[in-house]
Design a protein around this ligand. Structure first.
Ligand code: 3HC
Length: 289
């Protein structure tokens, strides 16, 4: 067993970041949730409190474990006060410049043997690692899936400069968090989104071409292929803007027009219909209380 991760810093308190923090805390790791946006940080805290209470309610967690899990969660606006953490996971917006700026700062802040992980869903790890300069060997992709506490996979992606030790320690960390890590190489979209996004895109084309109504496209895939949710509902769940951006990375990096987002998807994104988070995407969702 490699050097264990006792403290993990998660930068970005959105859906993915807050899920990663909760999962880490549940598995016994001190989890520091970082976001410059105070409202976002409060939202993450609310999500954690609610999820922990639900687990107790469902008798999946004892009251003592709930208290210990809550005590392992911390919230802050700035990560520089946590420079002794053995691991930082970046879960900020899917923008290469935002990520590179963070990794420049991670390289200056954290220890020479800390894991510098990114939860990017499609951006090149090798590219992000260039921002870490001499610390590029510590940079790795740790791609979690939504909802993080439920989904078993962590896609682990090594960049060109990632060291074997960084890979081994990341695999150990994912297992400690109760996940099954699977390695993928550093190509746009890795495996998961390279395969998933064309499927989602094709569902949009089927809708646009009138092959079936959206609810029927989904039902066919749920009942006929045993998908837990249909591809259009899944796109809403991921966020139509996120799907669009991932497809654009795939299209640009792999150069194949099959990855170019369907006009129907582009139109919904332009209209601000982004899926569950805006209560309207392909389908309509009741506002969450
Ligand atoms: N946080 C924590 N737990 C959650 C949760 C959340 N956000 N959402 C659901 N759960 C838990 C519920 O509490 C419930 O737990 P229980 O079995 O202990 O009671 C369990 O998950 C099942 O939830 P529900 O009964 O409410 O609903 P479903 O049975 O319909 O499951 C689902 C919901 C797990 C979301 C299921 O529909 C599913 O697996 N959908 C597909 C999800 C998927 O494909 N995710 C990957 C997206 S791609 C991605 O993330 C990569 C990125 O790069 C794009």
């Amino acid at each position: 067993m490699s050097k264990p991760v006792k403290t993990i810093v998660i930068v970005g308190a959105g859906t993915m970041g807050s899920g990663i923090a909760l999962t880490a805390a549940q598995s016994g790791i001190r989890a520091v949730q970082i976001d410059v946006n105070a409202a976002q940080l409060e939202k993450a805290r609310g999500y954690h409190t609610k999820q922990i209470a639900r687990l107790v309610e469902k008798q999946k967690m004892t009251a003592d474990d709930a208290a210990a899990t809550a005590a392992r969660l911390e919230y802050a606006a700035d990560f520089t006060a946590f420079k002794d953490a053995e691991c930082v996971v970046e879960a900020a917006s899917e923008n290469p410049e935002v990520k590179k700026k963070l990794f420049r700062s991670f390289a200056e802040t954290f220890a020479a043997d800390a894991l510098l992980a990114t939860n990017t869903s499609s951006i090149s790890i090798t590219d992000i690692a260039t921002a870490a300069g001499a610390r590029a060997s510590q940079v790795i992709g740790m791609h979690f899936f939504n909802p993080v506490p439920v989904m078993k996979l962590v896609e682990v992606i090594r960049g060109l400069a990632t060291s074997d030790e960084t890979v081994t320690r990341t695999l150990d960390l994912a297992r400690t968090m109760g996940k099954t890590p699977v390695l993928a190489n550093d190509r746009a979209g890795f495996v998961s989104n390279r395969v998933l996004m064309p499927l989602i895109n094709e569902a949009f084309y089927a809708w646009m071409e009138g092959v079936a109504k959206p609810e029927d496209i989904d039902q066919i895939m749920v009942l006929g292929c045993n998908f837990p949710m249909g591809p259009l509902r899944l796109a809403d769940f991921i966020g139509l803007d996120v799907c669009h951006d991932i497809m654009m990375v795939l299209y640009r990096e792999l150069g194949d027009p099959k990855f170019f987002p369907c006009p129907m998807l582009r139109q919904l994104v332009t209209a601000g219909r982004l899926g569950n988070k805006t209560n309207l995407g392909v389908f309509e969702y009741p506002p969450r209380v």
